[in-house]
Design a protein around this ligand. Structure first.
Ligand code: FPP
Length: 261
């Protein structure tokens, strides 16, 4: 049913994408893997434009995982160069369209030219208030959780935080994803049905959509169909349908008031 904003019944606030399949796309065409990544960068452009046009507020792309450092050196270097190219070529249009760029992961791990290009892109687009485009770079979901735990442990040891003060909100503030809301829709292209260490904490209630197409084949219409499909899902967050629809109340959970029986 298309009726709400931009013709959709419901728009996910935060969409995250695992852009898989560049290598296979290239191989199937007798091309080098890096040509698949270059074509993938063009698909990034379409995804960003479409997401901001339909009113998605946060788009997070898995551009380079901590595990990707293990790839052949030439491929890693090409990916780092592609990021520089993307940052330089797209920055004017991103700013013009009100898109602010953000990074999660360990930006410091990147080679200096790539780090500088990305830092420049972040500064240049800092005023954007239409959509936040987050690039996950040298990112690992488990690593982000472990580093938040470590940082809180250090603060607890110094007496700056009490263990009983550590709740979901405080924990989140110590993650590199602190500025992002929880993921509503997680899309993976490339045909695999796994989340590969992406946004583990933030995707707790995300709708997962696995697509058989390779990332370079991702088109504006692919995102539009994904949003339409998302609009048809009922998200219950552990409750029952009648509660989500406001027909019966949501109970407050008080561990001291355990249900007997
Ligand atoms: C996974 O495909 C893709 C990556 C590891 C890199 C993603 C990078 C881009 C889409 C281009 C650059 C990014 C930006 C933001 C400009 P794969 O290589 O694992 O594909 P395969 O599974 O077919 O081998």
């Amino acid at each position: 049913m298309k009726n709400g904003k931009n013709g959709f019944s419901r728009i996910p606030q935060h969409v995250a994408i695992i852009m898989d399949g560049n290598g296979r796309w290239a191989k199937a065409r007798g091309l080098e893997r890096i040509e698949g990544h270059a074509e993938g960068a063009r698909a990034v452009r379409h995804a960003v434009e479409t997401a901001s046009r339909v009113g998605i507020r946060y788009l997070t792309l898995y551009a380079f995982s901590v595990a990707n450092w293990a790839r052949p050196r030439a491929e890693v270097e090409s990916l780092m160069r592609l990021l520089v190219e993307f940052a330089q070529k797209e920055r004017a249009e991103l700013r013009q369209n009100g898109i602010r760029v953000n990074v999660i992961g360990a930006l410091d791990d990147l080679p200096t030219p790539t780090r500088h290009a990305v830092e420049d892109l972040i500064r240049y687009t800092a005023e954007g208030d239409r959509m936040t485009l987050t690039l996950a770079l040298s990112y690992g979901g488990r690593q982000d959780i472990i580093e938040a735990a470590r940082s809180l442990a250090v603060r607890a040891r110094a007496g700056l935080v009490l263990p009983e003060e550590i709740d979901e909100d405080l924990f989140k503030r110590h993650m590199t994803t602190h500025a992002l809301p929880q993921v509503d829709l997680l899309i993976r292209t490339g045909g695999e049905t796994r989340v590969s260490d992406f946004l583990l904490f933030e995707s707790a209630y995300a709708e997962l959509l696995f697509l058989p197409i390779m990332w370079p084949e991702f088109r504006p219409e692919t995102l539009l169909s994904a949003i339409e499909l998302y609009g048809k899902k009922e998200r219950r967050f552990g409750m029952i349908s009648e509660q989500v629809r406001g027909l019966i109340p949501v109970e407050a959970f008080d561990p001291m008031d355990r249900i007997q029986g």
